[in-house]
Ligand binder design. Structure first.
Ligand code: NA7
Length: 537
């Protein structure tokens, strides 16, 4: 007779960032025994690791917060229009304490493997320390931008100066005063940190492979009247957010195509949005900015003209003008004085598109044409193995031979970004092929956790223990996801949305860009149809 081992928990949660923390709270309310395993020595995920100077959310702080408890959203006070990394981390720690979440978080614990056994119907995870834990359900709350990547360039380990990655920034901060320093990468992390590093450094060299579009954030202290009104309307605003493309209420959707306006009207409209700051309002100028190249060109040209009029040196200005993708098809960056920074005498922009970094040396780096730079410190703002990286770092497999690295060899395949067919009882929060990174992320995390919690509750109510996504449902969803992406301009850009920043990563459009409203309606329909596309037994 075999004695069945009693599982350690009802649900294992991997990661204690925004998603993991809410999952603990939500599932515990259902009487489930849960525990989150977190690699960091603190909670917060992305907001724990990305401590680089200038790190700030690009969604307004009154929106970028949890909606699950009205008292919480009423009592928390955001000081500025956009939350800084320290402020958001403070908020997440506050939430954790307020809801006593910490007792179910195990810090300093990196999960290396997760194996499912169909005989026992249990997931068993293994940690770096060799601990094993089992539970019938496992939730990957592992984040989308949580696997920082250094470029694979010869000699990187020979470099003896200070070396930092924006996504792994030291807690104690870095003082660049008096240093000749380099930043490699001009995505959001580079663009946010460059103006601040420039103010400290003796000299800053920015090594740019691709110029990116960036708009002024127009950050400012939060106006008390705006805050009061927002709080008064919070509950309705949160509800309304689900009927919008990005999960953010308060931005009237566009009612005109770009071609329906005269060029003077378009100019005035872009100018007003440029002055207002923020990316949603700008992309909402016309209906077809992300659908039609000619429409998009009008907005792209407007921003290029702004760059040219801001940056005094015409050669530098030209190098900063993005020319390989339509505006908005890569994450549209929000900055504070980014382009203005290139007017400083101590900042030099080095274009490395046609003259890439050949190698790192003991004292700095050398470009292909032989020119070398001696640098006291180098900051890598080179991004992440986005969306699939964190899960692929864990050895996820089942006793039936399913292996996530093999399954996703040609790109991720999921049903609704929530489950992967062949991996029973394993859920993802904001997995690939869900709106996640193309939405107000906290809203999407809450939506997924609520969906998962409801599915588990439904199963328990019916005495069911096993759930998997049907292969055909998954195929259909992947195809739908690709069709939606192909009907937009998004695939035209070499972005981390398609894995283009990781050499050798299969090129597939990973986020769902049909919008939050369409996506959440689809989820509701799935539930109304008895969890259509999921097999439960
Ligand atoms: P991103 O947006 O992926 O940006 C990474 C940057 O690093 C980008 O400019 C890359 O140039 C550059 N990069 C990457 N590898 C290299 C090499 N080998 N040589 C030179 N330059 C390189 O990451 P971020 O951290 O800035 O932002 C990620 C998200 O976090 C952001 O979208 C927000 O949502 C928050 P490339 O464009 O690939 O030519």
């Amino acid at each position: 007779m075999t004695v069945m081992k009693k599982p350690d928990l009802d649900v294992i949660i991997i990661g204690a960032g925004v998603a993991g923390l809410y999952a603990i709270y939500r599932l515990r309310k259902q009487g489930l025994q849960v525990r989150a395993y977190e690699a960091g020595d603190g909670i917060g995920g992305t907001w724990f690791w990305n401590r680089y100077p200038g790190c700030r959310c690009d969604v307004e702080s009154m929106e970028y917060s949890y909606a699950f408890d009205d008292n919480l959203q009423q009592e928390w006070k955001w000081p500025e229009r956009y939350g800084t990394q320290p402020e958001i981390l403070k908020y997440l720690n506050y939430v954790s304490q307020r809801f006593n979440v910490m007792r179910d978080v195990q810090l300093n614990t990196r999960v290396t493997a997760a194996h499912f056994d169909s005989g026992t119907n249990l997931w068993t995870i293994t940690t770096e320390q060799g601990e094993t834990v089992s539970a019938p359900f496992c939730i990957m709350a592992t984040g989308n931008l949580s696997t920082p990547r250094f470029p694979k360039i010869t000699g990187i380990d020979d470099y003896t100066g200070e070396k930092y990655h924006t996504g792994l920034w030291p807690k104690e901060g870095v003082d660049f005063t008096g240093k000749v320093t380099g930043v490699i990468g001009t995505g959001s992390s580079g663009v946010q940190s460059i103006p601040i590093i420039a103010k400290q450094a003796k000299h800053l060299f920015v090594f740019q492979r691709t110029a990116n579009f960036s708009l002024p954030a127009r950050n400012a202290p939060l106006e008390p009247e705006k805050e009061r009104k927002h709080k008064e309307e919070y509950v309705e605003r949160r509800k309304a957010a689900y009927s919008t493309p990005f999960g953010i209420a308060g931005y009237p959707p566009p009612d005109k195509f770009a071609a329906e306006a005269t060029s003077a009207e378009r100019e005035a409209s872009y100018e007003a949005k440029w002055a207002e700051g923020g990316s949603i309002s700008f992309l909402f100028a016309y209906k077809d900015l992300l659908l039609d190249k000619a429409a998009n060109d009008t907005a792209s040209d407007f921003v290029r003209a702004k760059i040219r009029s801001t940056v005094k040196d015409p050669k530098t200005a030209e190098l900063l003008c993005p020319n390989d993708h339509p505006i908005g098809t890569k994450r549209l960056i929000l900055d504070t004085d980014y382009f203005e920074t290139y007017n400083r005498d101590n900042v030099t922009l080095v274009g490395i598109r046609s003259n890439p970094i050949e190698r790192f040396t003991r004292s700095g780096l050398q470009l292909t044409d032989g020119k070398s730079y001696d640098l006291d410190a180098i900051s890598f703002a080179t991004g992440f193995d986005a969306m699939t990286g964190a899960m692929r770092e864990i050895d996820i497999r089942t006793d039936k031979g399913a292996d996530i690295r093999e399954k996703w060899q040609d790109g991720p395949r999921t049903y609704l970004g929530i489950m992967v067919s062949g991996f029973p009882n394993m859920f993802m929060v904001t997995g690939p092929q869900s709106p996640g990174v193309k939405s107000q992320m906290i809203l999407s995390c809450e939506w997924h956790v609520d969906f998962i919690a409801a599915a588990i509750e439904h199963m328990r109510g019916k005495g069911l223990t096993h759930i998997d996504a049907e292969g055909t449902a998954e195929d259909g969803w992947v195809e739908h996801n690709n069709q939606v992406a192909d009907s937009t301009l998004y695939p035209l850009a070499n972005s981390w949305y398609v894995g283009a920043n990781i050499p050798g990563k299969p090129r597939i459009f990973m986020p769902y860009v049909g919008g939050v409203e369409a996506y959440t309606n689809k989820c509701k329909q799935v539930v109304d149809n008895g969890y259509e596309g999921f097999q439960m037994s």
